[in-house]
Design a protein around this ligand. Sequence first.
Ligand SMILES: NC(=O)c1ccc[n+]([C@@H]2O[C@H](COP(=O)([O-])OP(=O)(O)OC[C@H]3O[C@@H](n4cnc5c(N)ncnc54)[C@H](OP(=O)(O)O)[C@@H]3O)[C@@H](O)[C@H]2O)c1
Length: 244
Amino acid sequence: MSASRIALITGASKGLGRAAAIEIASRGVTVVLAARDASALSSAVELIHASGGKAEAIVLDVCDENSIRDAVRFVDSTYGVLDILVNNAGVGLEGDWMQSNAESVSQEILHRTFETNYFAQVAVTQAFLPLIRRSQHASIVFVGSILGSLTLHASHTGLEGMKTVAYNSSKSALHQYALHLADALADTSIKVNIAHPGWVRTELGSEAAMLSIEEGIDTIVDAALIDPGAPSRQFLHKGEQLPW
Ligand SMILES: NC(=O)c1ccc[n+]([C@@H]2O[C@H](COP(=O)([O-])OP(=O)(O)OC[C@H]3O[C@@H](n4cnc5c(N)ncnc54)[C@H](OP(=O)(O)O)[C@@H]3O)[C@@H](O)[C@H]2O)c1
């Protein structure tokens, strides 16, 4: 058993997940970095160790149930509890963000996008819930997106030209799941929140994005380290509530 809180961050091999893991470790949390690229994970873990933090890497494919089972076994046998789960792993498979088209999006892209961005998020969360329930002060964060906001798409305010229909609908579905999970856990102290990082220059966000990775991680980190007295069931961006 460890004295510090334990966090598991999926998609921690690069982009927002990697940077958020490094920041959360710098706040005294023991971080388990999870993704498929083992060597990228190792280099992030080395960086955390070099600055005095505690971290380990596990190879986790969020779309593979055996891989999820192994990850749960590892966290259970090593720590016996999970305090923070950041469901960050995600894909954007539609190429040019401005060119996707609801008339032509393929079944293949829709299925693959939902497999990672929705079904895998549910599977990982459900698998870790028994360990999360053992925490005195637990936080589950889903890395969602303003592109999943039905309110904004319905009102034609602000998301013109961002019509990546597979990605956007996978995030709307993820937000819906987060709301239902928050309701299911309403009689516990477990916080369930959604963090929208902003449009960030990662492989997924592209070079055209407005924010650097460093500027994009604060919402994820704040939601992960949320105060026990703070509300659950929020769709957050830089301390503000976003429209659903
Ligand atoms: N960048 C933005 O502008 C932006 C805006 C809003 C929301 N987001 C969300 O932020 C999250 C992180 O995105 P990012 O921009 O940092 O993207 P990124 O740099 O492309 O990183 C994506 C991460 O997801 C992991 N991943 C993908 N499929 C996986 C799988 N099957 N199993 C395990 N890990 C998997 C990748 O690791 P491996 O390949 O090593 O497995 C990688 O670490 C995503 O959920 C994304 O939708 C991003």
